[in-house]
Design a protein around this ligand. Sequence first.
Ligand code: TYM
Length: 342
Amino acid sequence: MTDAPTYSGPERILSGMQPTGNLHLGNYLGALVNWVKLQDRGAECFYCAVDMHAITMPNDPGALPGAVRSVAAAYMAGGVDPKRSSIFAQSAVPAHAELAWILQCVARLGWMERMTQFKDKTGSDRERASVGIFTYPVLMAADILVYKATHVPVGQDQKQHLELTRDIAARFMRDYDCAGFWPMPDPIIEGAGTRIMSLKDGSKKMSKSDPSDLSRINLTDDADTIVRKIKKAKTDPEPLPDSVEGLKGRPEADNLVGIFAALNGATKEAVIAEFGGQGFGAFKPALADLAVAKLAPVVDEYNRLMGDPTDIDRILQAGAERAREVAAPVLAEAKRMAGFWG
Ligand code: TYM
């Protein structure tokens, strides 16, 4: 028996964010900082604004194109370089939707029903949720596989979707007898900021959809707002512990230490080594100073870029052209294997 061929194509990086509301510190520390680092890896990078995912929940169609522009500006303000990475809107590359249909017929209902984010997003109102919110992770698999992406930098909340993507790729290759057609994409979930929690409740993820703006730091907040939000962040009465283990059972303290570490590109251990034993009265101002020092230039650059929307649109156009070029032959091959006519 000969070994089944394994994937031997080039490394490629792909990731995306939903253009719904402002990007926040969780998006930045959980994903964007790693996107920027990966540009040095020598692999081609594709970073999209997933507007097709955005319509799975109630949204304002009039605001969507502007939201895509805003996300693209935030990517660049955070350090994504359009000369090295393709930045584009998902809907500008129809191959995502076409491949998603094929993959929907590969994915099993049982796999989809296990997706925890679907349960979180729909809550008790499942009957009224769109079908799109249920099949959402399949579109995400198509986003990744249509570029044969080998690495996908994301926050921890996307891990299950990445596992599903691998299952779908494996099942497709088995069903259509085409081992090696797709890579098994590797999630890149790295650093101290892969799961940033709400500033108001350490048991809840920092999220765009939280009704309280005090729960998150937006990538559009000015310095005063950042300082105020950190000052008001929930804490407990104890000083910081002398070891990282001491953060167990103290979700708010753990979160603030994690944010400090991620902003500094350091570990929680390093933060505890510096601040262990100190109260929040000392730690919070240090965190606020660091957050302002790291985020103010991003906010300034974002505002500058948003002043010239035609330039952003030009970048989105060029990014989409490159993305279409790479996606077309992969989609054509998948369609041929599925037996499609023409
Ligand atoms: P989205 O738009 O919810 O989030 C974008 C990225 O930010 C990360 N993230 C966080 N990281 C740490 N702490 C948090 N509180 C936090 N909140 C969000 C997410 O993990 C993500 O990396 N389904 C995806 C978008 C998507 C995608 C893709 C991603 C569509 N297609 C293909 C990668 C590859 C989503 O809704 O992310």
